[in-house]
Design a protein. Structure first.
Length: 261
């Protein structure tokens, strides 16, 4: 793996109105990092919250806060990833639905040579705890649609636990079209399918993707709205395919580094 200046690990947490869940999440992450031998930074990207999310994050020692207009999760994740300085960037949700300890599984894949490792709630070794049956059905239908339209062979694009080498993250996030610099301001929680565009670009750029089974726990305070967010996510998948057909992802430059684990 390429070595760069800066911490070994950057943890990027997008957060919108997370004043209730964020204190526990940050305490858990900082306690975990305190026992690790490497250097790390934690970046909370405040997605235009109108509660005390940014204040709580800023008051936590060792946490950097990046304030953005409310443009949705995809824009917030992109902003945090581009600001991160770690050799590896770990993206995780503010509810810590995937325990931070699962990071070790993704780290092993990155250190084995994969430029991207994504947590998966499907497959042997994965666990979905407390999830309502209808949410599971919705997720599987969405994944089937995603595989048919844009990303064959990836069983779970939407798990919010992903690790990327920093050089690869910058290569991909700077090429995103749907949630780039001109993403519009939105209202209310905006869960998106930015993951589909990110992974689609990774495939186009020739980066192998390791899909790693993880533990995932359903949160009763989830901000996912089944109807609104299903439509938004489907729209994002269709936009990815349309962008591709219109040549908006075409590039003549090579990936930062070709890797074939």
């Amino acid at each position: 793996m390429t070595t760069i200046d800066g911490p070994f690990l950057s943890i990027v947490i997008p957060a919108y109105n997370e004043e209730r869940r964020l204190p526990s999440t940050l305490a858990t992450i900082m306690a975990f990092l305190a026992h690790e031998p490497y250097t790390a930074e934690v970046i909370v990207v405040d997605d235009g919250s109108d509660d005390r999310t940014a204040e709580i994050a800023a008051a936590t020692p060792g946490v950097t806060v990046l304030r953005c207009e409310h443009r949705g999760k995809g824009f917030a994740v992109r902003a945090g990833a581009l600001a991160a300085q770690g050799s590896i960037i770990l993206l995780c949700d503010a509810d810590l639905a995937v325990p931070i300890e699962e990071w070790s599984r993704l780290r092993a894949a990155i250190e084995a040579g994969y430029p991207i490792a994504i947590g998966s709630r499907e497959g042997l070794g994965a666990s979905r705890e407390g999830e309502p049956w209808y949410r599971h059905v919705m997720g599987r239908v969405f994944n089937w649609i995603t595989q048919m339209i844009a990303l064959r062979g990836i069983n779970d694009t939407q798990c919010g636990f992903k690790a990327l080498r920093r050089d690869v993250a910058r290569d991909l996030f700077t090429r995103m079209r749907i949630y780039g610099d001109d993403a519009p301001v939105v209202r209310g929680p905006a869960v998106t399918a930015y993951d589909v565009e990110l992974l689609f670009l990774a495939r186009r750029r020739g980066y192998p993707i390791a899909e790693i089974p993880v533990i995932w726990r359903y949160g009763a305070e989830t901000k996912v709205n089944p109807l609104r967010d299903s439509w938004r996510n489907l729209r994002d998948v269709l936009r990815v395919r349309l962008n591709d057909l219109c040549g908006r992802y075409n590039t003549t430059s090579a990936p930062v580094e070709e890797i074939a684990p």
